[in-house]
Every structure is written in structure tokens, then in C-alpha cells.
Design a protein around this ligand. Structure first.
Ligand code: FES
Ligand code: FES
Length: 150
């Protein structure tokens, strides 16, 4: 079926099977490679995109349910976005596989809670796993982004 939504501010229209997930459509049909498949069952957060501002595991969302939504991927975060800059300046990654999902989740957190506590940051990012174990630096990056925004 035809599915229409906004992707990083631009309208798109794709053909998707009724059982296909949004992750597949983003990568295969729209060339969005920052959403990554690892677990495929909603555990790791590598496939995170913002759907109407909320971090969603796109491996769990049927593509037809994205109809009419506004989707943001890491490609939609400007290079000078506080979270993007903070991740670079805090060296908050090694391989970078988890980084797009973490950055989007952090950006959504700061929209909702501009000055989060460490506990709130940890809770918000709990669904995004980093196999390289960069959690201390990631926490520092989100703190920095929050301080710049304020
Ligand atoms: S690939 Fe979607 S949560 Fe792991
Ligand atoms: S930086 Fe490698 S998985 Fe997080």
C-alpha cells in the first residue's frame, strides 16, 4: 500500500507491504542508513527514529502506521544541533553504531525536559544500548547539550 509521511521535513510517498516495518522502508526505499537493524525485536534502540517527536523503535512499527506522521532521523539533525555537537565534543562513541539512535532519543528528551537530572537522562536512554560501553561519555554529552541549550 502507499504510505505518505514527512521525512526530515520533506514529504515522501513509498510503497510498503502491510507486514513490513518502517525500518525496512526507511533503509531500502528511502536510503536512510542511520536507522540500523541489530536485534530486530525492540530491544537495542539502534533503529530509533522520532515519530511525531517521540523516539520509536522502527523495527517494531508497521510502515503503514507511519501514514501522516512526521519522522525525523539522524540525517534531520543539523550538524550544529547541540546534541550532535556534544556527542562529538564529549567523544561519546567508539564505533558509532548506536549513536544516531542515542542522539535522537537525547534530542527528544531535551525537548521535553531541558534540564534533566542524571537519573532522568539514564532512564530516557535506557532503551538505547551501546555495545562499546560509552555510557559515561554519553551521559556527559547529554549534560553538555542541556547546558548549551539553557
Ligand atoms: S533493531 Fe530495533 S530495537 Fe533493535
Ligand atoms: S559506540 Fe559502538 S555501539 Fe555505541
Amino acid at each position: 500500500m502507499r504510505v505518505r509521511f514527512a521525512l526530515n521535513g520533506a514529504p515522501v510517498e513509498v510503497e510498503a507491504g502491510t507486514g513490513e516495518n518502517l525500518l525496512t522502508v526507511l533503509r531500502r526505499d528511502l536510503g536512510v542508513l542511520s536507522v540500523r537493524e541489530t536485534c530486530g525485536i525492540g530491544v537495542c534502540g539502534a533503529c530509533t527514529a522520532l515519530v511525531d517527536g517521540e523516539p520509536i523503535s522502527t523495527c517494531l512499527l508497521l510502515a503503514p502506521l507511519a501514514e501522516g506522521t512526521a519522522i525525523t532521523t539522524a540525517e534531520g539533525l543539523a550538524d550544529d544541533h547541540p546534541v550532535a555537537r556534544a556527542f562529538v565534543e564529549a567523544h561519546a562513541f567508539q564505533c558509532g553504531f548506536c549513536t544516531p539512535g542515542l542522539a535522537l532519543t537525547a534530542a527528544a528528551l531535551l525537548e521535553e525536559s531541558p534540564s534533566p537530572t542524571d537519573a532522568e537522562i539514564r532512564l530516557a536512554l535506557a532503551g538505547n544500548l551501546c555495545r562499546c560501553g560509552c555510557y559515561v561519555k554519553i551521559l556527559e554529552a547529554v549534560r553538555r547539550a542541556a547546558s548549551w541549550r539553557s
